[in-house]
Design a protein around this ligand. Structure first.
Ligand SMILES: Nc1ccn([C@H]2C[C@H](O)[C@@H](COP(=O)(O)OP(=O)(O)OP(=O)(O)O)O2)c(=O)n1
Length: 195
């Protein structure tokens, strides 16, 4: 069952579901979702620095991404074909009985800007900001402004709460992330990590 605006407001009031900050409830809480705003940090890929991103060489992350800060009110120009990691301004806490999905906004979709390439699930138990996989699929550069509403979160009530929610007890690698975070796939067991 998907939460309606009334359900979302009631869970936010109860306090087990957190989306923070919400500066304008009427603007951000939509009929069946909450709009999230673009944060000020971006991770850009530097393809000239390495020959290949290999999942089991996590130490290379700092060599292939560079962090850029853009103040609210300034522009980050997303060029055609670009792929950069951004972040939501809001921090979320998802209770064990809810699954959240990150979706784009139609207004940005109509400009050919997508906010995730493949990862749309925010797990029950997850706490932190959400990393956006920003791409411009169109043919004209698009200016993105930190603070603009860029994505939306939809909440689905599960049949029962997760028995082992996302979090430190299961060593979840993105729990508590702040700002855009590069992939930590190197810590997956299949690549010799200890997750
Ligand atoms: N666009 C997204 C999608 C997800 N997440 C966060 C919330 C998710 O709960 C967490 C993990 O997402 P996945 O389970 O899709 O990713 P992995 O399987 O790679 O991570 P893990 O092994 O920790 O489950 O990352 C995010 O910040 N931005």
């Amino acid at each position: 069952m998907i939460l309606s605006d009334a359900d979302i407001l009631s869970r936010l009031k109860e306090g087990d579901l957190v989306v923070d900050p919400i500066d304008d409830i009427d603007m951000q809480v939509q009929p069946a979702s909450v709009d999230l705003r673009l944060g000020t940090e971006f991770l850009e890929f530097q393809r000239t620095n390495i020959s290949c991103i290999h999942p089991n060489r996590e130490h290379e992350v700092s060599e292939y991404v560079r962090e850029t800060h853009v103040d609210e009110g300034d522009d980050f120009i997303l060029h055609p074909g670009d792929f950069v990691l951004g972040t939501t301004k809001e921090r979320v806490e998802i209770p064990p009985d809810l699954l959240a999905t990150v979706e784009g906004r139609s207004s940005l979709g109509r400009l050919a800007v997508v906010i995730h390439a493949t990862a749309g699930i925010v797990d029950p138990g997850y706490e932190g900001q959400i990393t956006l996989e920003l791409s411009n699929l169109g043919s004209a550069p698009v200016a993105l402004t930190p603070g603009m509403r860029i994505s939306q979160l939809v909440f689905t009530e599960m049949k029962s709460p997760a028995a082992r929610p996302y979090g430190s007890e299961r060593g979840s690698k993105y729990q508590g992330q702040s700002g855009p975070q590069a992939s930590r796939i190197g810590s997956d067991p299949e690549f010799g990590g200890d997750e």
